[in-house]
Ligand binder design. Structure first.
Ligand code: IPE
Ligand code: IPE
Ligand code: MG
Length: 233
């Protein structure tokens, strides 16, 4: 079983277009699938699941679509807070990764509230990548290291790969074992760039709003057959 699964929730727009609906309806349908898959990952005992919800490049979309997405994130967070996924119901907690300083204020407040929820060994951590970019994340970590060097706390020759990892948003979490991308695109689109060095990749043609727990099972079964060598023999 993978300990950490990354999921690129892609294909919402195409799903809506196929039905003659506005793209935002695809995002609404995609958010429901996000909740279903989160519940299921907790049921089957996955430790960490990272969902790619909004990339640093997604600001290039029309302002109306961006606004609709932010509204949807807010509604989902309020709902998550009301039913207390973390303790009583779902047994999972939400964490946010990405530069959340650039998202609307109201959403920022909800995000910081979730960061207070405690983790125990039965909790599934659901990372939501919001205004997330893998390159930007590495840059953010490198700047922190450079500041330590400037202050004379660290010698440049002593910087390790662990120092870089420790400055990432996922610090302390295992790297993703499996990254799933539905919708037929064969790329990572700036998702978990540093952490995915040895991830197993799984691509599927299903559009995210159509993605089911059976599709997830299929991906995990495929993963179980892989031979991970990490450079060894
Ligand atoms: C993923 O679906 C959702 C976000 C990127 C926020 P898309 O909106 O990218 O859907 P397609 O790729 O256009 O079908
Ligand atoms: C990746 O999907 C980002 C998210 C799913 C949030 P995109 O739809 O933005 O990726 P590209 O543009 O096809 O690479
Ligand atoms: Mg897309």
């Amino acid at each position: 079983m993978p300990k950490h699964i990354g999921i690129i929730m892609d294909g919402n727009g195409r799903w809506a277009s196929e039905r003659g609906l506005p793209r935002t309806e695809g995002h609404v349908a995609g958010a429901k699938v996000f909740r279903r898959i989160s519940d299921y990952c907790h049921e089957i005992g996955i430790d960490v699941v990272t969902f790619y919800a909004f990339s640093t490049e997604n600001w290039r979309r029309p302002p109306t679509e961006v606004a609709a997405l932010m509204k949807l994130f807010k509604e989902n967070l309020i709902e998550a807070d009301e039913i207390k996924y973390d303790r009583q119901k779902g047994g999972y907690i939400l964490r946010f990764i990405g530069d959340t300083s650039a998202i609307p204020n109201e959403l920022q407040k909800l995000v910081s509230k979730t960061q207070l929820d405690a983790i125990d060994e039965n909790t599934t951590v659901i990372n939501i990548a919001l205004n997330y970019g893998g390159r930007q994340e590495i840059l953010h970590s490198v700047k922190q290291i450079a500041e330590r060097v400037e202050r004379g706390e660290l010698k440049a020759s002593k910087i390790t790969a662990e120092d870089i990892a420790a400055g990432l948003y996922t610090a302390g979490q295992p790297d993703p074992d499996l990254i799933i991308r539905p919708s037929g695109e064969l790329r990572l689109s700036n998702f978990l760039t540093y952490q995915s060095a040895y991830s197993e990749l799984y691509f599927s043609n299903v559009l995210w709003p159509d993605f089911t727990t059976d599709d997830l099972d299929e991906a995990i079964l495929d993963y179980a057959k892989r031979n991970r060598r990490f450079g060894g023999v």
